[in-house]
Ligand binder design. Structure first.
Ligand code: 13P
Length: 245
């Protein structure tokens, strides 16, 4: 039985007061839910988020990590820092990191390895762009993203390896994949997880303009195990609805 995950990726949003207000309003929502709730604040707000979330059944995640414990890597945040801050999960390979910061597959693979070596829950993002979908190569794109990161590189058990399918054309655009489009891609990913890695029990999340109004339809498919939410996770009232969809 795969437990549903509802995860918030706050990206480069939320200042101190907004974080405090969020947790005050969110209250014990996660405690009263059967779902696994994950929140990924920006680095400077991880510690206060972990403190505000203590005892509330919320896992605090990082949006990225530099794959070294510590050292001379100006501007980066590494493994020891994440552990020190109370981080238990890390998002790797988000399309914004791939596209805006030019993260190549070999660095992403190194991060996937590093997150597992540190015993953290890996949330690994994949997804095709609009031109890739329009030209029909989306399955090949996903294969390349997954194979390059996972082949001979999975060491943690399936419950600590999660894939987030986030079609780039649906992120922050208000355009959501239809439940049928999402289901097709999730079933494809499940086949890979099962056939190539024997990880059929890993969870696969959908991300891309998920809102309280559309989550129900998306979650109806048995291969969709939850959501990774950007914009609609920034307000406690909206994230509460998503957690309790
Ligand atoms: P939006 O929900 O704002 O489309 O963002 C999705 C996302 O990128 C989550 O990682």
């Amino acid at each position: 039985m795969r437990r549903t995950i509802i995860a918030a990726n706050w990206k480069m949003n939320m200042l101190s007061k907004e974080v405090v207000d969020f947790f005050a309003e969110f209250g014990n929502t996660a405690l009263n839910s059967e779902r696994e709730v994950i929140i990924a604040p920006a680095y400077p707000y991880i510690k206060m988020s972990a403190e505000l979330a203590a005892g509330k059944n919320i896992t605090i995640a990082a949006q990225d990590v530099y794959p070294k414990a510590e050292g001379a890597f100006t501007g980066m945040v590494g493994g020891k820092m994440l552990a020190d801050l109370g981080v238990k999960a890390v998002i790797i390979g988000h399309s914004e990191r791939r596209r805006i910061f030019g993260e190549p597959n070999d660095l992403i693979r190194e991060k996937v390895k590093f997150v597992q070596e540190n015993g953290l829950h890996l949330i690994f993002c994949v997804g095709e762009t609009l031109p890739e979908r329009e030209s029909g190569v989306m399955f090949d794109v996903l294969k390349e993203q997954i194979y390059s990161a996972f082949d001979d590189n999975l060491t943690l058990p399936p419950e600590k390896i999660t894939i987030a399918y986030e079609p780039v054309w649906a992120i922050g655009t208000g355009v959501t994949a239809t439940p049928e489009q999402a289901a097709e891609m999730h079933t494809f990913i499940r086949k890979i997880l099962k056939g190539r890695y024997d990880y059929a029990d890993s969870r696969i999340l959908y991300g891309g303009s998920v809102k309280p109004e559309n989550i129900q339809g998306l979650m109806a498919n048995e291969d969709i195990d939850g959501a990774l939410v950007g914009g609609a996770s920034l307000k406690a009232s909206s994230f509460m609805k998503l957690v309790n969809f």
